[in-house]
Write a protein that binds this ligand. Structure first.
Ligand SMILES: Nc1nc2c(ncn2[C@@H]2O[C@H](COP(=O)(O)OP(=O)(O)O)[C@@H](O)[C@H]2O)c(=O)[nH]1
Ligand SMILES: [Mg+2]
Length: 256
């Protein structure tokens, strides 16, 4: 033990003598390089950890959010779950990527129940969102169209979504049913409904308007390409596992 300490002391003295021999500029440059490297590494790790990895599942209740959540996580639909009031909130590696070799970044997915009294929850999760999946029941579309468009309008006019350009995927679900409407039809109808909402909300006295962002181009019929954030429409079925468009959307916006 004593010997070790003596050896260490010897090395310490040798190192000190060596440093004294070096021109001082060289020491300063070396110290500056070390300091700079540490700074860059710290900054890089800060940037990395602040990148959001949260995907928000939204949409009316009954549209299929919970089914989609389980399908993404477990690769099965957990049949028998009733339309729920509780939210699902979990961080996991997508089921479809569990077999992939190498590192896969886990995704944080929040399923926000569509019940009106739970909607404040959205304001809490949207600022952290890397993307929003808006689930629409394509089979029972017509009866829920108006309510669905209103909910969608509320999300698209949020500053946390529009200004931060949070990408959105409108997922036309339940297309395993032959009577389901096509995504082209759903897109057109939702645009029409949002156009109507825009007009009617303009008519309300400005004091009552809670919209944070004006949607679309004044004087032009609304369509999703006018949104500041990117809005895409795709179809699939959570129940039968046809969710690859959702998985792709997640991977595009939560970098592995
Ligand atoms: N045919 C069909 N039914 C589905 C699909 N996804 C969900 N459902 C059904 O729709 C109902 C509501 O689903 P759920 O996930 O609870 O909706 P949530 O209220 O949005 O969470 C359940 O009976 C599901 O089995 C689908 O892709 N196809
Ligand atoms: Mg649910």
């Amino acid at each position: 033990m004593d010997e070790w300490i003596r050896q260490a002391e010897l090395w310490g003295r040798q190192a000190e003598a060596w440093i004294r021999q070096q021109p001082p500029e060289q020491i300063y440059v070396a110290a500056a390089v070390v300091a700079l490297t540490i700074l860059v590494l710290v900054a890089a790790s800060c940037l990395k950890s602040s990148k959001p990895n949260t995907i928000v599942l939204s949409g009316l209740s009954g549209s299929g959010k919970t089914t989609l959540f389980y399908q993404l996580r477990d690769g099965s639909s957990h049949q028998g779950t009733v339309t729920s009031m509780e939210e699902n909130n979990d961080t996991f590696v997508l089921h479809s990527e569990q077999e992939r070799i190498g590192k896969v970044k886990p995704v944080h997915i929040v399923d926000v129940p569509g019940h009106a009294r739970l909607k404040p929850k959205l304001d809490e999760v949207l600022p952290k969102a890397a993307g929003v999946v808006f689930v629409v029941d394509a089979q029972d579309f017509l009866s829920s169209m108006q309510a669905s468009a209103e909910y969608l309008y509320d999300i698209l006019t949020k500053a946390t979504v529009a200004k931060k350009r949070v990408p959105m995927l409108i997922f036309c679900n339940k297309t395993d049913k032959v009577t389901a409407h096509s995504k082209e039809f759903i897109k057109k109808q939702l645009e029409k409904e949002i156009n109507k909402l825009r007009e009617s909300r303009k008519a309300i006295s400005s004091a009552d308007i809670s919209d944070e962002v004006q949607l679309g181009v004044p004087g032009e019929a609304f369509n999703f390409s006018q949104c500041q954030n990117k809005v895409t429409v795709a179809e699939g079925a959570g129940l039968t596992g046809n969710v690859s468009v959702v998985e792709q959307f997640i991977r595009d916006h939560v970098k592995a």
